[in-house]
Design a protein around this ligand. Sequence first.
Ligand SMILES: Cc1cc2nc3c(=O)[nH]c(=O)nc-3n(C[C@H](O)[C@H](O)[C@H](O)COP(=O)(O)O)c2cc1C
Length: 339
Amino acid sequence: MNYPAAVARLTKLLGIRTPLIVPPMAGVSGGALAAQVTNGGGLGFLAHVHMSELPLARSLLESKVTESDTLPIGVGYLAWMLDKLPAKEAESVLNTALASNVQAHWFAFGNDLGRWIRYVRENAPQGKKTPLIFVLINSVEEAVRAVEDFKADVIVAQGIESGGHGGDYAPPLSELLQTVLDRFAGSSQLPIIVAAGGLANGADIASQIARGASGAVLGTRFLLTPESKYTDAQRQALIAARSEDAVRTMAFDYARGTTDWPKGVDGRGLRNDTVSDFEKGVNLEVLQAKFKEGIQRQDQSRFLVWAGTGVGSMNRIVPAKDLVQELHLKMLEHLKDTA
Ligand SMILES: Cc1cc2nc3c(=O)[nH]c(=O)nc-3n(C[C@H](O)[C@H](O)[C@H](O)COP(=O)(O)O)c2cc1C
């Protein structure tokens, strides 16, 4: 079947077969996950903290790419981490991705995204395809900045349902997507928007497309792949979890000492004793000590498992490439039903 026009814009821009993107996930998405998603026909991102795995990603890609070709994966940056580094060090992170000719750069969660986006554009290798810029947004105001100020190629509209970090002020995904679409309706700058947050299966992807998205971003679903960096115990916790177990909290950031996120950002993960102790106001040192010990023992009642609200219907571990293909076929079935 032919894709709707909005989807075709994305698949053409990225040269992908299916409008499915697996986001950069710090601690989770390294070279193997990014490469296998791309091998399946979507676009895989590697989180910048796993940048040393770019050569691994290159070696796993089935369509062989030479050093001078565009590498068909993306790299995503937690911009607040770049903000914290001395300028030269932050630039060297970006330079590593630029030197590998990655296809796309994804920016999220920083106070000065424009600075880093400008750096990527100004330092992109000469004579190559211009790298594409993805910007994650949690509100219509952020979408306007991403389009008008940053000239983003793709906007990632991340709703409140999403796993991992996000703005605690984000509306539900369907509402966010609709307000962004309405804001740009009829505009000459109609952005390419992909939908993120709580999506679990092919029907979910099709429904975002039916609502006007150009594609979908699935993070939590890809934690349940052999290629993700989650441990077996974390995967088992995901399989056992219900949707309502995935709660927004800063408990894990306090427990592990990562509290430099921009204002209004928290994370959605599986509720356990770390969260309830945090809510009860348990002493921070005690919380941190129990958390550390919990990780060593792989104790579900203490460790950290990020998860979106779609987790309740996820119960199988599937290799990433197969999962992309499975989601693609299910999405097509549902798109046909709604056509
Ligand atoms: C374990 C995990 C780590 C994440 N890390 C990042 C990250 O490093 N950068 C980022 O922009 N988004 C990150 N996200 C959020 C994703 O970009 C995406 O918005 C989210 O996964 C979508 O919701 P879902 O998990 O319900 O599919 C992370 C999500 C998860 C589940």
